[in-house]
Design a protein around this ligand. Structure first.
Ligand SMILES: [Zn+2]
Length: 252
């Protein structure tokens, strides 16, 4: 059987309707479709129903949405998240982003919304999918306390900037996903090489372009080929390891 892979962080609702089949054609057969506000939450739930077992909905409010709209405007989004959480495979995309949140008040709003996600994830025993920009250590510290308090899985997405922080993830049992940046940045590839075998996940973050190439879940295949080479594994052995990791990440 040819090697199969999962894209564990993709904005699938922003891609064309053929993306699931195009990804599957190169062996990327499972996609975690994350969301950032109520419209995309509904869209990924619909995609999950259209592609059962192949598209896994992630429900969340992106930290950039929190800063764009402000906490007071998020009541309906938070209510939808709480209401539909039982249908989610993961809670996310959530996290912190200090590129967008520059004032103390904006940063505190992002933390508040992150903690709402953690409460909902804990209540429904779901893993969380975390974004972090310009505040990598702070986001990781929140992930660590979530994991220690709940025993649930946390994933740091596109977290290939710092070997030191990846080693902390390894010690704390936090999953880290590597994406197409490992194809264009040798530093990202080096950091991805530090992710523990049993905590590695792959992602595209499509449609975000990386290295001048438009984002697409099929790029996970290229990421897998590169990491298999770097780790001295066959593509099949890497696929088996990643499949076990995905199952542990998603939980029962
Ligand atoms: Zn994303």
């Amino acid at each position: 059987m040819p090697a199969e892979f999962a894209d564990t962080h993709c904005h699938l609702d922003q891609l064309g309707s053929g993306a699931v089949a195009e990804a599957a054609a190169v062996g990327v057969t499972t996609i975690v479709a994350v969301s950032q506000e109520s419209g995309s939450m509904r869209a990924v739930l619909d995609l999950g129903q259209r592609f059962p077992g192949r598209v896994l909905p992630g429900l969340g409010i992106h930290p950039c949405t929190v800063t764009d709209r402000g906490l007071d405007a998020l009541t309906a989004d938070l209510a939808l998240l709480a209401e539909r959480a039982p249908e989610a495979a993961v809670i996310g995309e959530t996290g912190l982003d200090h590129k967008w949140a520059t004032s103390a008040e904006q940063q505190a709003e992002q933390v508040h919304v992150l903690e709402c996600h953690f409460d909902i994830a804990a209540q429904h025993r779901k893993p969380v999918n975390l974004h972090s920009r310009r505040c990598l250590r702070q986001t990781l510290e929140h992930a660590i306390s979530f994991r220690r308090q709940t025993g649930l899985a946390a994933q740091m997405h596109w977290f290939t900037e710092s070997s030191k922080l990846v080693r902390i993830c390894n010690d704390e049992g936090i999953f880290v996903s590597a994406g197409p940046s490992v194809l264009s940045s040798s530093q990202a590839a080096d950091v991805a090489g530090e992710i523990a075998d049993d905590l590695l996940l792959l992602e595209s973050d499509a449609p975000v372009p990386v290295g001048g190439v438009p984002g697409h879940p099929r790029r996970v295949r290229e990421v897998a080929e590169k990491l298999a080479r770097l780790r001295g594994l066959s593509l099949e052995n890497l696929a088996e390891q990643l499949e076990r990791n995905l199952r542990r990440y998603l939980g029962p």
